[in-house]
Design a binder for this molecule. Sequence first.
Ligand SMILES: Nc1ncnc2c1ncn2[C@@H]1O[C@H](COP(=O)(O)OP(=O)(O)OP(=O)(O)O)[C@@H](O)[C@H]1O
Ligand SMILES: [Mg+2]
Length: 251
Amino acid sequence: MIQVDKLAKSFKDKKRGIVHALDHVSFQVKAGEIFGLLGPNGAGKTTCLRLLATILKPTSGTAQVGGADIVQSPESVRRQIGFLSGDMGSHARLTPREVLSFFGKLNGITGSKLSQRIDQMVELFDFREYADTKIDKLSTGMKQKVAIARTVLHDPPILILDEPSAGLDVPTARLIERFILNAKESGKCILFSTHVMEEAEYLCDRIGVVHQGRLKAEGTMEQLRELTGKQRLREIFLDLLDMPEAVGAGI
Ligand SMILES: Nc1ncnc2c1ncn2[C@@H]1O[C@H](COP(=O)(O)OP(=O)(O)OP(=O)(O)O)[C@@H](O)[C@H]1O
Ligand SMILES: [Mg+2]
């Protein structure tokens, strides 16, 4: 469902010169599979997800999402994905119900089908209480739940989620985890980024560790354990970042 082939993106920055945000990264995610991108701040995770969601154009390399090329057929890619970007800024003055309605219509859902689907989302992500409150009056976690509902409203086969659990409390993060596992069970292809090790370990079929724009390793927990000789994902992660001393320092 997702095939990434030597994908690269550089930014020209006045102060920093050329920033190689993503540096020839390749990996694949199948239907019914959850792939997690793990990496420190600035590693290139968001850049990678934005390229796949066709928000950015690659400097070189390519990727197919749902059989469509991200550069040649961005509309076809967009029709098949739900992309969670963590940015609800432009909808601050709408209510969650209004946002869902707007996005539903954008995706061709109308009438009673749309109102049914919105009700489903409100129940599933548990925000009946504030479904009609303006978004700028909601807490970070409340906004995140609405953003996730918006991403999956049109039931796309491919989910690309940038830090879905950011800002969520434990019960809400659990709700989202269950949602992701259910989506996998129903055959969806899920690619997400996270900083939460337990979440990655619990959810992912395969994990890719990104550092300084490069994919340092990817595989199942078992494969990553074999590769590094470490047990816990936290230790595996630091090892792949060449920072094993940080474990001893209690970081
Ligand atoms: N529009 C841009 N212009 C210049 N540099 C950028 C731009 N977008 C991203 N970068 C740079 O690309 C690199 C990767 O950033 P990116 O946002 O992809 O990292 P990330 O892995 O998502 O980090 P985080 O965990 O903090 O979200 C960083 O060095 C960042 O400063
Ligand atoms: Mg990011």
